[in-house]
Design a protein around this ligand. Sequence first.
Ligand SMILES: Cc1cc2nc3c(=O)[nH]c(=O)nc-3n(C[C@H](O)[C@H](O)[C@H](O)COP(=O)(O)OP(=O)(O)OC[C@H]3O[C@@H](n4cnc5c(N)ncnc54)[C@H](O)[C@@H]3O)c2cc1C
Length: 222
Amino acid sequence: MSQNVKIKSTEHLTHDVLRIVTGKPEGITYIPGQAVDMSINKNGWEKEIRTFTFTSLPEDSYLEFTIKTYPAHNGVTQQLLALGEGDELTLYDVYGDISYKGEGIFIAGGAGITPFIAILKHLEKLNLVGNNKLIFANKTKADIILENKFKNLLGNNFINILSDENLEGYEHGFISAGLIQKHIDNDSQYFYLCGPDPMMTAVEKHLDSLNIPKDKIVREAF
Ligand SMILES: Cc1cc2nc3c(=O)[nH]c(=O)nc-3n(C[C@H](O)[C@H](O)[C@H](O)COP(=O)(O)OP(=O)(O)OC[C@H]3O[C@@H](n4cnc5c(N)ncnc54)[C@H](O)[C@@H]3O)c2cc1C
């Protein structure tokens, strides 16, 4: 089944990340962390289906998506850059493997932050942010999505790591087992992973080397 939704607004959150707000079709339900298959309802693009995560909350009266675009690549996200109010997206199935199971460490690479935007917003609303931590890996500071929001929400529990910039207050390089270990508080914590495949593979190896049981790892590859 598919449903068309109209775009209400688009704005840049970073140089290449768009926030797109649309209307909400009757009957659509999702849980924070889930995503939906969609295409652009425009000649030639109807069959190009891609997946994006809801960064709105299920009870919101609108849908919100946070989308990293590839402006130099002739794909769907390049097309999204040209859309505006009134243009239409077609939504298909809702799915996703990430949902909140309990306190832990969220580990995201780039646009892999999107399920955690929804989950952390949800926890904020319920006053349950607690001691959850976020390790967010990006190339440069300019790539960090919603940096101020996460700083306000998590304080010192928001750890940024930049591979291509060496800045005071930011870890430098790639996520290591040592960095993860530094932030582990107890052995009942969950580890939530989302990002590009190479990052996921590396982080899973680190978690394995730290003897984290598989049932404490919640993951989704982008
Ligand atoms: C469950 C799930 C949820 C997701 N949620 C989100 C989300 O909320 N937000 C989000 O931003 N992404 C999300 N993604 C990823 C998103 O689906 C892809 O980034 C999207 O498919 C990109 O579509 P595209 O048509 O622009 O590029 P595609 O044609 O699908 O190609 C994307 C790939 O092209 C590569 N590429 C970049 N530039 C070039 C170039 N110049 N030439 C060739 N290749 C290039 C990129 O590395 C990227 O891997 C999600 C993925 C999954 C599986």
